[in-house]
Design a protein around this ligand. Structure first.
Ligand code: ZN
Length: 257
């Protein structure tokens, strides 16, 4: 595929990542994210022109607000760069045919959902219903218009996954007297099931648990009181499984059966 399209996709990915950071941060605070301009989280000065250029402005300003000199969250930069890179994956995986089969658009919509929920889950431990509903509509529209997939089949996969996770959470709560999966996580898994299908969603659950365990072993030794923010692990595993879920499933089956 043309080299330019990769550069363009990366740039659009960073711009969208910056926007998704704004949405994921402001929505739980019930701040307006549509009309008002981006502003500094400390002094609330509106950002203009150059300050809004993703990645470049952060590096140029050395991670500090031009007006109050307070640091801009490093997380913002990470989201912008990660978003740019992750937007490239569907291009690489599906190639130019993905534009015709619609898989690239679905992957980008799915990635957008995962970035927004990761941001709000990291800041506030919240996965908002309105974000999930919005992306549910967008995904259904995406499957109906772009993709050759049968939308009813996708809805059954999504609904089935949601029900299974709901039952697991109730049983888990009964057995361990502790909430294993939050309500937001269960609904999010419904959407993951819609895109990945039930089998690959379980593989992604397994992967997210492994990732979370590794994270806890490295960064959270002896600090088990605060609940773990699970959203980013769900998001990372689900996005990985969108491309490599079937391969991972085969490896898993070979190992254990
Ligand atoms: Zn400021």
């Amino acid at each position: 595929m043309n080299y330019n399209i990769y550069v363009l996709t990366f740039i659009i990915g960073t711009i969208l990542g910056s926007f998704y950071h704004v949405v994921g941060y402001r929505m739980p605070l019930q701040l307006n994210w549509m009309n008002s301009r981006s502003f500094c989280q400390h002094c609330h000065t509106s950002l203009t022109g150059f300050d809004l250029v993703p990645v470049v402005s952060y590096i140029f300003l050395r991670g500090r607000c031009r007006h109050c000199q307070q640091s801009i969250p490093f997380f913002h930069l990470i989201i912008e760069i990660l978003s740019g890179l992750l937007f490239l994956l569907p291009l690489h995986h599906y190639g130019s045919l993905g534009f015709f089969s619609g898989e690239i658009y679905i992957a980008w919509i799915f990635l957008s959902l995962l970035i927004v929920i990761t941001v709000s889950d990291c800041y506030f431990q919240l996965i908002l219903d309105k974000v999930l509903i919005f992306f549910f509509i967008l995904l259904v529209a995406g499957y109906s218009f772009f993709s050759s997939c049968n939308i009813f089949y996708r809805l059954i996969e999504g609904g089935g996954t949601f029900l299974i996770f709901y039952v697991i959470s109730i049983v888990g709560k009964f057995l361990f007297k502790k909430e294993a999966l939050g309500g937001g996580d269960i609904k999010l898994y419904g959407l993951v099931g819609l895109v990945l299908g039930i089998r690959c969603t379980f593989i992604s659950l397994l992967l997210s648990t492994i990732l979370a365990l590794i994270y806890c072993c490295i960064f959270r030794r002896g600090n088990n009181r605060t609940p773990l923010t699970f959203g980013p692990f769900i998001a990372a595993s689900a996005y990985f499984c969108l491309f490599q879920g079937e391969t991972f499933l085969e490896v898993y089956i070979k190992l254990f059966y």
